[in-house]
Design a protein around this ligand. Sequence first.
Ligand code: TRP
Length: 346
Amino acid sequence: MQTFLSAQERSDQLSRHITQAPQEYRVLSGERPTGALHLGHYFGSIVERLRLQQAGVETFIILADYQVITDRDSMGAVRRNVHSAVLDYLAAGLDPETTTIFTHSAVPALNQLMLPFLSLVSEAELHRNPTVKAERESSGRAMSGLLLTYPVHQAADILFCKANVVPVGKDNLPHVEMTRTIARRFNDRYGALFPEPDALLTAAPHVPGLDGRKMSKSYGNAIALGMSADETADLIRAVRTDSQRHVSFDPERRPGVSALLSTAALCLGREELQVAEEVGASGSGALKRLVTDAVNDFLREHRARRAEFAAQPELVSQILRRGAQRANDEAEQTLAQVRQVMGTLY
Ligand code: TRP
């Protein structure tokens, strides 16, 4: 298993080469539709996707709906979450003409790839995946068969369209590593068919949740991109700060104040220390007003565009249907090749 540092170096090199030769790359990126997209997604993945789109790289975005039930029983508001994510992609400037947006439940041939892929990994390898282990622990539940095997499913997400670049955060590195292993073993066993995709570690700034923990809808500490300005203000007003009047950046001891500073810094394109200095002794009330304005200004246009797209009744469904069509074409072609080399075309 490669170390994080070498993954970072490789990723930096890759990033440079992608801009030089965009036509050599195909990108697959994705997320689980478990809630509304928030500022963490914006700075963590959407900005990178826009960069790749601008560079002219062909991109697929998967909304991994089956992955929702890896660590919970209910699909929740999956339909709403999928629609909401598409609205955010559009509002952010992702172009569905060049970016294929789809859900994996709508692509049967993609899911079928999971069967031969499962034969290529051992139970021990599945159990060794640190991200799966962490997710099992934080779910507080027994390991489900899907939780244990979803990294193989994710390999199918990536390989069905023969993507060779996968933008991910650190958490997902083990899954890309498993995808490479599966591609290599498949090719060794049946003949060269799949690329061994590289992880593109996004150089995303850390976006803390408003309480200093990881930003997550389930913690109630996330600023959703689609929130109204008033909802944003309410959420920020409720952040727990401390009684110290002077605002300073100290994530360990002052998680609330520091998360507010980080949020403002990101939205204003400045450093935390600068913002802290500006607020100085005016206290956390003033800081909260500054953060609220910074976030609402930063998201104003996004939200206005989002509302325009949301007002077009059939738009999102059309985009998803078209994306599924394209993804199905790709997946069926790949599955036919898989069956060809496996000798299962009768
Ligand atoms: N596991 C990813 C996450 O935690 C979501 C995902 C599903 C994904 N399939 C993918 C990411 C394929 C990259 C490539 O958000």
